[in-house]
Design a binder for this molecule. Structure first.
Ligand code: NG6
Ligand code: CA
Length: 515
């Protein structure tokens, strides 16, 4: 009781604080912060980013009211490493084991370092994750899914978690609330295995006739069938706990809205990580067929609607003006990523990655340059910003904004770019390293950008990922592009500018050796 009183006094005291940003000193309130993370949404997938075949009014409104970045980045071209960097402020390639994780992986986020949510906790915030996790759970691969599983999100800074463990195409296809599977019947325990079949559930390989959405050949989505969809990995039991894909997104939305409503009186940080438009794309029934572009288009419309519902909730809770909403994606777009869902055949001229070259998995721009929007009414400028910003820099930037120092050694690669994030400056990072990947999560070519010049060192990786029909950016030749004039990376000018090549090659090497 006494403690509660002290805590509430403290939070009243800390409600108004002075934050010193790099160029300006401004008195700011502690805003609520909602980070909305799309999964595999490309640079050209929103109408505010030039899409003409899809209309995304809610995200467009957010972009109009805030800062829309044209040079905003995930660190990596796949999910796990981008999310690792966002939460830890460390380039993922500094640490092994940060590639795309299977659904039974152990937690890869250190529990003794400052993470983005821990920073918020220290600044007096309540914190939550609702949505896709994909950073591993527990201490080891072999684990009992029927009891408490830790460490996980609750051990790395989230007071509350309502997640699914990995990706929607991976078992176990269940929700977890604060370390436990939701709606688990103890008499029907869950078993998960990524190597050998467990239990008697039919697999997509043995029974393709049971599938409501066919898997693409050779992409591995042909193991246990859940809700008529073949998954990566094998699972048995937990029948009442298994999700219905059509309800995944609305479940997360409901949980996020509840969280906002319940915490509207205290500053909170909500990490709201949607699965759209990652495979398997299975929109809520009311969105099926709405876009005319197949389910990939439909789930993007649903994603946009979801953002609108969150904005409505902020209005209803009376906290619109004191809430910063950040929207981005963990990597670029892919069409056929494992299921025959008409993403390719119903594309109708839509360009998911806009004018960018490559796509998900690629070190070329479309791998990591993504939609990035920040809106905080009355504080962020209303503008389009060309500042180079990275999701990894949110940690150091919030450290600055909230006047909450980061202990030495933590978040080593995160740079304070708060003025760029708020639209007060057009100068973001000068240097950024980008990480490609391959379809199995291995490898990952690094490229470097400095002041608009981009260099990709020569390497022996495959130049083309046939399974997903995407150029990777790998080449045995050194590649140099001037993104200021050639955002589509059409002209390799390495031969013309050997000095630039040398400078960037050295810089990349130095950055890599820093760890
Ligand atoms: C790949 C999967 C792909 C998708 C991806 C993860 C194959 C051939 N492809 O390994 O379907 O699940 O991993 O996507 O297995 S991510 O956005 O979460 O990184
Ligand atoms: Ca992703």
């Amino acid at each position: 009781m006494k403690q509660n009183l002290i805590l509430s006094c403290l939070s009243v005291l800390s409600f108004g604080l002075f934050a010193q940003t790099s160029n300006t000193t401004t008195a700011v309130k502690k805003p609520n912060v909602i980070f909305i993370y799309a999964d595999d949404l490309g640079y050209g997938d929103l109408s505010s980013y030039g899409a003409t075949k899809l209309n995304t009014p809610h995200l467009d409104k957010l972009a109009r009211n805030g800062v829309r970045f044209t040079n905003g980045h995930a660190t990596s071209a796949t999910c796990t490493p981008s999310r690792y960097a966002l939460l830890t402020g460390e380039y993922p390639w500094r640490k092994s084991g940060t590639g795309i994780l299977p659904g039974d992986a152990a937690l890869i986020i250190p529990t003794n370092k400052t993470t983005l949510p821990i920073l918020f906790q220290k600044a007096g915030y309540k914190t939550a994750i609702v949505g896709k996790w994909h950073l591993g759970l527990g201490e080891q691969v072999a684990k009992n899914w029927n009891g408490e599983i830790k460490p996980g999100p609750n051990e790395v800074g989230f007071d509350y978690s309502y997640i699914f463990p990995a990706t929607a195409d991976r078992v176990p296809t269940v929700f977890m609330e604060n370390r436990k599977v939701v709606a688990l019947d103890p008499s029907d325990p869950i078993l998960v295995d990524y190597k050998n079949k467990v239990g008697n559930d039919p697999t997509g390989k043995e029974h393709p006739e049971l599938l409501k959405m066919k898997s693409s050949p050779g992409q591995g989505h042909e193991n246990t069938i859940v809700n008529g969809i073949g998954r990566i990995g094998y699972m048995s039991g937990g029948n009442k706990a298994r999700w219905v894909d059509e309800e995944v997104s609305t479940t997360f939305l409901t949980k996020a809205k509840e969280y906002i409503e319940e915490n509207s009186k205290s500053p909170f940080f909500l990490y709201f990580t949607l699965t759209e438009p990652h495979v398997p794309r299975m929109p809520a029934t009311m969105f099926k067929g709405k876009s005319g572009l197949g389910y990939r288009g439909d789930v993007i419309l649903q994603l946009d609607w979801t953002v609108g519902e969150i904005m409505k909730q902020l209005e209803e809770s009376g906290i619109t003006n004191n809430t910063m909403v950040i929207f981005s994606s963990d990597n670029g777009a892919v069409l056929d990523d494992g299921y025959q869902d008409e993403a390719v055949t119903q594309l109708n001229g839509h360009t998911p990655n806009g004018i960018l070259r490559g796509g998900k998995y690629s070190v070329l721009e479309a791998g990591t340059r993504v939609p990035f929007i920040i809106s905080w009414p009355g504080v962020t400028q209303q503008k389009v910003s060309t500042a180079m910003v990275s999701q990894m820099d949110l940690l150091a930037s919030f450290s600055n904004l909230l006047n909450q120092p980061i202990p030495a050694g933590d978040a080593p690669d995160s740079v304070n770019t708060i003025d760029a994030f708020l639209g007060k400056s057009d100068i973001g990072r000068s240097v950024l390293i980008k990480q490609g990947g391959n379809v199995l999560g291995k490898g990952g070519t690094l490229g470097i950008v400095k002041d608009g010049w981009k260099f990709i060192p020569p390497n022996n990786g495959s130049p083309y990922e046939k399974l997903v029909d995407i150029e990777t950016g790998n080449s045995t030749d050194p590649q140099l592009y001037n993104l200021n004039d050639d955002l589509g990376e059409k002209y390799n000018i390495a031969k013309k500018y050997p000095k630039k090549v040398k400078e960037l090659a050295k810089l990349l090497e130095n950055e890599i050796n820093k760890s």
